[in-house]
Design a protein around this ligand. Structure first.
Ligand SMILES: *Cc1c(COP(=O)(O)O)cnc(C)c1O
Length: 329
């Protein structure tokens, strides 16, 4: 068992993170409010530095390392939002970072990591090969792996979103949170349930490869096949050796909802058309749950919009309605 996360850890994270992160705005969506008949409030966390909330957890984890450890450097195997976050967090704290990735990763992603100040190390031909190099850096060179979700400081960092949402809107009936490995919703649920036990915390994943939902159904962590989805940031498993997020999601989250590819595409288009917000698929699943009627609001509802790092070509196809996802059931 890993060290449990406490509400006080989230309060401490808020203090530690204050100089490093943007306190993102909360705005009311008139279009969604009108559509569902209850007030809908959006936490614009896709406006966070690096374009996603992952900066909070990564920065809190880097700052949480003892000085001696931090001096040796940090490493991660993600080229997505977590890799960007670790790169930026390391640079901001004067820490060396090596982000490991396979030779199949597109050049623009490699450049984005390098532009954030980290060393992009190309190893092997798969994500697994990249992880082997991270493990080697940890074992042989004293680097610290910063994991994307299953770590107490990462969870506490993401939980600061819950503090900010509750401070802005103490009377939310429900909060809808995109769900993958569960670091985000574990932290938010701990904050929200402590401050407002009656507020429902709802996880939303894509139908195609929803790992945590499969694990909840099985009653323990299981392997789930990864398939292509518009919500690519929500792909991947929770780890068979999951220490924290499986238990926290099982104990704190009230409900989970799955949305289809066409529902995600509609939500990304809606966000652009009515809110002028650019969202990646994984960030739009809460809007999809509302628009599809799969989530039925009973009062003021909060949505966490988590990221905006979508491929511009994919985004254009969605806005124009030509993306193949619109054809899927
Ligand atoms: C990582 C991520 C999520 C899911 O966070 P977890 O802690 O893995 O559940 C949601 N949205 C975006 C944009 C992400 O990058």
């Amino acid at each position: 068992m890993g060290k449990a996360v406490a509400f006080t850890d989230i309060l401490a994270a808020a203090n530690r993170l204050a100089p490093h992160i943007r306190r993102t705005p909360v705005e009311t969506s008139l279009a969604l409010t009108e559509r569902v008949g209850h007030p809908v409030h959006l936490k614009l966390e896709h406006h966070q530095i690096t374009g996603s909330f992952k900066l909070r957890g990564a920065t809190n984890a880097v700052l949480g390392l003892p000085e001696k450890e931090r001096k040796r450097g940090v490493s991660a195997a993600s080229t997505g939002n977590h890799g960007r976050a670790v790169s930026h967090a390391a640079k901001a704290t004067g820490t060396r970072a090596i982000i490991c990735m396979s030779s199949l990763v597109p050049a623009n992603k490699v450049e984005a990591i390098a532009a954030l100040g980290a060393e992009a190390r190309i190893v092997g031909k798969s994500q697994d090969d990249a992880q082997v190099e991270v493990d080697r850096l940890v074992a042989e060179e004293g680097f610290n792996n910063i994991p994307p979700f299953d770590h107490p400081d990462v969870i506490a960092g993401q939980g600061t979103i819950g503090l900010e949402f509750m401070a802005a809107l103490p009377d939310l009936d429900a909060i809808l949170v995109p769900l993958s490995g569960g670091g985000l919703i574990s932290g938010i649920a701990l904050a929200v349930k402590t401050m407002s036990p009656k507020t429902r915390v709802v996880g939303v994943s894509m139908e195609r490869g929803a790992a945590m939902v499969a694990c909840l159904a099985a009653g323990h962590p299981v392997d789930v096949e990864e398939v292509a989805t518009l919500a690519d940031s929500l792909g991947g498993g929770i780890g068979l050796d999951n220490r924290l997020t499986f238990n926290m999601v099982r104990d704190l989250v009230d409900e989970t909802i799955l949305v289809s590819e066409s529902e995600i595409a509609e939500a990304v288009r809606f966000a652009y058309e009515f809110e002028r917000e650019v969202l990646e698929g994984g960030a739009a699943v809460g809007i999809a749950a509302l628009m599809s009627g799969k989530f039925e609001p009973r009062g003021p509802t909060g949505l966490v919009l988590t990221g905006r790092n979508i491929d511009t070509r994919v985004h254009r196809e969605i806005i124009c309605g030509t993306h193949p996802a619109f054809e899927e059931a």
